[in-house]
Design a protein around this ligand. Structure first.
Ligand code: HMG
Ligand code: MG
Length: 303
């Protein structure tokens, strides 16, 4: 088993982690979370989305959050932009990367972004063109690559089709997402293989929600294929308003613990990361979703 020597983690906590929170999270808290993540060594942070505030009220403070961040050189701050309106609104915030987001399932595409898969690609096309013309890298998130909350199991052929469509409009990197966390290692590997038909291994990342407790196993199964980029979320926060019942992303702390245990470098200080997880969990008034974070905090308290 030859695993990658280095792994890049994108902490999506401020965006995926908080977008589904019912209680308003002030911009100052989101900004502080981003600061704590970068202080812990995260070089990639998904900060917010430029989506309709009617659809996702929690992200309505997108520009304020982006403007409040004390930017650290070498850190990539990404934002989600579902259409040209969102992309144009994001420009004053100088995103380092934008993310268009589509789905392998028709029903999820309709519920999440109010259009079919084919229509979504036509909406993304000018966004990708405009971003690339400005030198802004484009990532494509591919939701429901193993299962859909409305359609059930998703065949790899549908992932292959979405990856082909994303490639066709100039998306440079795709994230293979298990939106509802139903995937198991072999199913996730089939989705990755389907994506590899159109994207190089260096242009693919894994984005695994942990609803069924499989996300770490799916991460390891991806590493075994040579995938070395993952979206994770501090304290295991997360969820999509249009994927009811799905829990958060795999916790960044748990993935860092796994990777360091495997001798894989991340550049992340696990202690500081755990403090960032505790900061946001305290604010939300709930226990952290990270098992490693909780165990190490208990150990700290006992010593
Ligand atoms: P729509 O209603 O079809 O859009 O929504 P529209 O173009 O018909 O416009 C309708 C209204 O929305 C207009 O306002 C527009 O101005 C406004 P009105 O005239 O009624 O006052 N509007 C916007 N406002 C702000 N920013 C925009 C924007 N676009 C239109 N960009 C739309 C289409 C995509 C906007 C809507 O469906 C939407 O905002 N969806 C967001 C869904 C979302 O954020 N989901 C969560 C993120 S994806 C995710 O979590 C999955 C991921 O983690 C991977 C995984 O786990 O699977 C990435
Ligand atoms: Mg997600």
């Amino acid at each position: 088993m030859k695993l990658p020597a280095h792994v890049k983690l994108v902490d999506v906590g401020p965006r995926d982690g908080l977008q589904n929170e019912q209680q308003p999270v002030p911009a100052a808290i989101k900004i502080e979370l981003v600061h704590r993540l970068q202080d812990a060594g995260l070089k990639n942070i998904e900060v917010t989305s430029f989506v309709s505030p009617k659809w996702v009220p929690q992200m309505a403070d997108n520009a304020e959050v982006m403007a409040g961040i004390r930017r650290q050189p070498g850190v990539c701050y990404s934002v989600l932009t579902p259409n040209l309106q969102g992309f144009e609104a994001s420009l004053d915030s100088r995103p380092d990367e934008i993310v268009v987001f589509g789905a392998a399932s028709e029903a999820f595409s309709q519920r999440n972004i109010n259009c079919s898969i084919a229509e979504s690609i036509e909406r993304f096309r000018p966004v990708v063109e405009a971003a690339r013309a400005r030198g802004i890298p484009v990532r494509g998130a591919m939701s429901c690559t193993v299962g859909c909350p409305y359609e059930g199991e998703i065949a790899p052929e549908r992932v292959e089709r979405l990856a082909r469509l994303m490639k066709g409009i100039g998306v440079q990197h795709v994230g293979v997402a298990d939106t509802i966390g139903v995937g198991t290692p072999l199913k996730v590997q089939r989705a990755l293989e389907a994506t590899l038909r159109h994207f190089d291994i260096d242009d693919i990342s894994g984005h695994f929600h942990d609803t069924y407790g499989q996300a770490l196993a799916n991460t390891l199964a991806s590493l075994e294929m040579g995938v070395w980029q993952f979206d994770t979320s501090v304290a295991g926060l997360g969820g999509c308003p249009y994927a009811k019942g799905a829990t958060g992303n795999v916790a960044t702390e748990d993935v860092v613990y796994l990777l360091h245990g495997l001798g894989i470098a991340t550049g992340i200080d696990l202690d500081k990361l755990i403090d960032a997880g505790q900061f946001i969990s305290d604010f939300l008034g709930r226990k952290s979703g990270s098992r490693a974070g909780t165990a190490l905090l208990n150990k700290r308290a006992a010593s």
